[in-house]
Design a protein around this ligand. Structure first.
Ligand SMILES: Cc1cc2nc3c(=O)[nH]c(=O)nc-3n(C[C@H](O)[C@H](O)[C@H](O)COP(=O)(O)OP(=O)(O)OC[C@H]3O[C@@H](n4cnc5c(N)ncnc54)[C@H](O)[C@@H]3O)c2cc1C
Length: 423
């Protein structure tokens, strides 16, 4: 039987999920096809809209700053109202998993490297640790979680906040292997049961006992983001109960439990919305007729299968996810061969100083106001293809701290417009 949908979304990260939800809510039948893991597993789980623009001064009101961005920025293509609507959809879909939706101001979250980062939405698990709330803080690291050096993070944070921060490193309770993964620690806290010197112990109580020795006058305690997987609300509540102070997670790099929890939440929402999701196989080609894409081919190992649809959304990620790739010939978009604007002279791709504003960070497909990828002459590449998320050019997510906001808002607009254009 031929595979046929109103809207086919390619890519299952934040942008693809947002596009699929937008299209499904517009009444379309939607399929989402995605290849490998998305960047949520690598990202912190913080949802940044706009943290910096043009200076080292953090932005307090991200929505107010959007009109000052350059014309080619994806936020300028979709408009500030669409960014607000995308964040509202995010709040609705993730429910109690996230906070920050009560204000348009950025919050300040500590990072695992000991910096303070402006962000728009933060996991509920991180809420008690915000630097914008005062309270003497104890950071607790584990000997085996080398990515989070609590004493060093505390030393860096302490001079930049109006409260005291101390850090301590302890052994995680139980006879776990020294190279136990973060997910293993989380599951030991979920199960609340461990073997320690041959004896069964409650993981949460044993951990709280170890931390209590260092608590002193601390008014809150932060751990790396390993506090439970399925049971994370309960784990945090019981540690807080044992210690008598609020407990929070410091968002971490890969593997990011807050990112994975968010991914689970988004995929549940897709399921509820009736979106058919297929993962594990890449889209490798397409057929077209009269400037319209008629089908894409999905590589199923032995065969390439055509997936037909009326409208298509490209949400395959950026340089990290290989939605944008490069070779000796230049930078390109591998699925549809969409044009990626770039200086012909390679010396103009980057500046010598590592921390300079780097042109290559803005590489990606250029789009019109309807998010249609544009060819070198500025004409839409295909009438029924839209692009969203990190595959777009014209913004520098790492420098601006705008990655998730751009993916959510361009995804929502691409999905909505696709559903409106069904013939
Ligand atoms: C290390 C790191 C840390 C970050 N930290 C933050 C942060 O703290 N806050 C923040 O707001 N943002 C952060 N970001 C940015 C943010 O995570 C991304 O901007 C955003 O999630 C990108 O979403 P996306 O859906 O556009 O792309 P991705 O998440 O890259 O998803 C693209 C998906 O498309 C799939 N795909 C690619 N090619 C094909 C194909 N041919 N066929 C089918 N599927 C395909 C990929 O397998 C992938 O699943 C971080 C990013 C990284 C890399």
């Amino acid at each position: 039987m031929a595979i046929e949908d109103d809207v086919l979304v390619i890519g299952g990260g934040l942008a693809g999920a947002s596009a699929a939800l937008g299209a499904a809510r517009g009444g379309a039948s939607v399929r989402l096809v995605t290849h490998k893991e998305n960047t949520l597993r690598n990202a912190s789980g913080l949802i940044d809209v706009l943290g910096y623009h043009g200076s080292d001064e953090p932005i307090a009101e991200p929505f107010e700053a959007i009109p000052d961005l350059p014309d080619e920025h994806p936020y300028r293509k979709v408009g500030v109202d669409a960014v607000r609507e995308a964040l509202a959809l995010f709040d609705e879909v993730v429910g109690e998993l996230y906070e920050g939706g009560h204000t348009e101001r950025n919050a300040l979250s500590p990072t695992y490297g000991g910096r303070i980062k402006p962000t728009s939405r933060y996991p509920t698990s991180a809420a008690a640790g915000l630097a914008s709330k005062e309270g003497d803080t104890l950071l607790v690291g584990f000997e085996t979680v080398t990515a989070f050096d609590a004493p060093l993070a505390a030393e860096r944070l302490d001079p930049s906040v109006p409260f005291e921060v101390r850090g301590v490193t302890i052994a995680f309770p139980g006879d776990l292997r020294s190279d136990a993964r973060i997910t293993r620690l989380a599951r030991a806290l979920d199960a609340d049961e461990l073997t320690e010197r041959g004896r069964r112990v409650g993981t949460r109580e044993a951990l709280a006992e170890r931390v209590a020795e260092h608590l002193g006058d601390a008014e809150r305690v932060g751990f790396p983001a390993v506090l439970g997987d399925e049971e994370h609300h309960e784990v945090r509540a019981s540690l807080g109960g044992e210690l008598g102070v609020p407990v929070f997670e410091v968002p971490m790099g890969p593997p990011s439990l807050p990112g994975m929890r968010l991914e689970d939440g988004l995929y549940e929402a897709l399921d509820e919305e009736g979106v058919r999701v297929e993962s594990g196989n890449p889209v490798v080609g397409y057929t077209e007729e009269g400037g319209r894409i008629t089908a894409v081919s999905v590589d199923r190992g032995r065969r390439e299968i055509p997936y037909h649809a009326d409208q298509f959304v490209l949400a395959t990620g950026g340089l990290v996810g290989k939605g944008i790739d490069s070779s000796r010939e230049g930078v390109f978009e591998p699925v549809f061969g969409c044009h990626v604007p770039q200086p012909a002279e390679r010396y103009e791709w980057f500046h010598d100083e590592a921390f300079d504003d780097q042109p290559y960070a803005r590489f990606g497909v250029a789009v019109d106001g309807g998010l249609r990828p544009l060819d070198p002459e500025g004409r839409p590449e295909f009438s029924n293809l839209r692009a969203a998320g990190a595959v777009l050019g014209g913004y520098d997510m790492a420098r601006e701290k705008s990655g998730s906001g751009v993916s959510l808002s361009t995804g929502l607009v691409a999905g909505r417009r696709a559903s409106e254009d069904i013939q």
